[in-house]
Ligand binder design. Structure first.
Ligand SMILES: C[S@@+](CC[C@H](N)C(=O)[O-])C[C@H]1O[C@@H](n2cnc3c(N)ncnc32)[C@H](O)[C@@H]1O
Length: 256
């Protein structure tokens, strides 16, 4: 029987190339906005950490503003992809390391910036992981959390989490903005800014990226067909199964 950690590795290890070329991951207004935040807020950033770097899109976007950029992920093949791409792009400040958000392999107060993008919905112990982000930040350091946000309506939430889990068994939960807000406050990260954008998930490429088995993809379509109007509207569900979530960006500070 597999643990959740083994399931995450099993899901992501064979998919590094698909994530490197994914339009949802390589583009997006959140990446450009994150770049602008760094440019205008941090005059100089010695060391930064990207948790759950995947194929490295956030790492590559922010590395030019950073002296040393650590890219952390449990998946060795994702890390190999990041190393290869970083070399091709001439981004020598990027170093990769295997590890997990819940137990960061770094000393206290190691980074001026800690960030993560589209990874936190896979973290089983979110509060412990956010506590780890705070621990490795220097006092006054910044954190950037980007993820697809959940919904507050319980019915839509049940459909959404079910669809996500059928597509990818390493999915844990899309947290709503208010869940994030209370958690970040509890852990001691002060919210400076919040932004969100619509993210359309085109059905066939969304399931292909995770190599969702055909029977599970059919179950997702069955659930979508059974969904009542309120749920269809909330997810902007389309005839081919494509739907739209919101990507949220939290810009935070460790105020001690
Ligand atoms: C969708 S990919 C990340 C995309 C990437 N950050 C980007 O900007 O394109 C999600 C990544 O989270 C990683 N991950 C899953 N659980 C994790 C955990 N507990 N700690 C750190 N990373 C984790 C997976 O291995 C995977 O590479």
């Amino acid at each position: 029987m597999r643990t959740h950690e083994q399931t995450v590795q099993q899901q992501f290890d064979p998919r590094a190339e698909a994530y490197l070329t994914s339009t949802v991951h390589s583009c997006g207004p959140d990446l450009e906005y994150a770049r602008q935040l760094l440019e205008k807020t941090l005059a100089h950033c010695d060391a930064a950490l990207d948790i759950g770097c995947g194929a490295g899109h956030l790492t590559f976007a922010l590395a030019p503003y950073v002296g040393r950029m650590e890219a952390l992920d449990p998946s060795q093949s994702m890390l190999a992809t990041v190393s290869g791409s970083a070399a091709q792009r001439g981004l020598r400040q990027i170093e990769v390391r295997q590890g997990r958000a819940e137990a960061l392999p770094y000393a206290d107060e190691s980074f001026a910036l800690v960030c993560t993008r589209y990874s936190a919905h896979h973290w089983r112990r979110l509060e412990a992981a956010v506590g780890e982000m705070r621990r490795v930040l220097i006092p006054g350091g910044h954190a950037l959390v980007i993820d697809t946000v959940g919904v507050t309506d319980p019915l839509t939430d049940t459909y959404l989490q079910s669809i996500e889990l059928l597509r990818d068994v390493s999915h844990v939960r899309n947290r709503s903005r208010s869940e994030w807000h209370s958690l970040l406050h509890r852990v001691g990260l002060t919210e400076l800014e919040y932004r969100e954008w619509p993210t359309r998930l085109e059905f066939s490429s969304w399931v292909a990226r995770m190599r969702t088995p055909t029977d599970r993809a059919a179950m997702i379509r069955g659930l979508q067909e059974a969904a009542p109007r309120e749920v269809r509207e909330a997810l902007s569900l389309e005839a081919d199964g494509s739907f739209t979530l919101r990507t949220g960006l939290f810009w935070l500070r460790k105020v001690s």
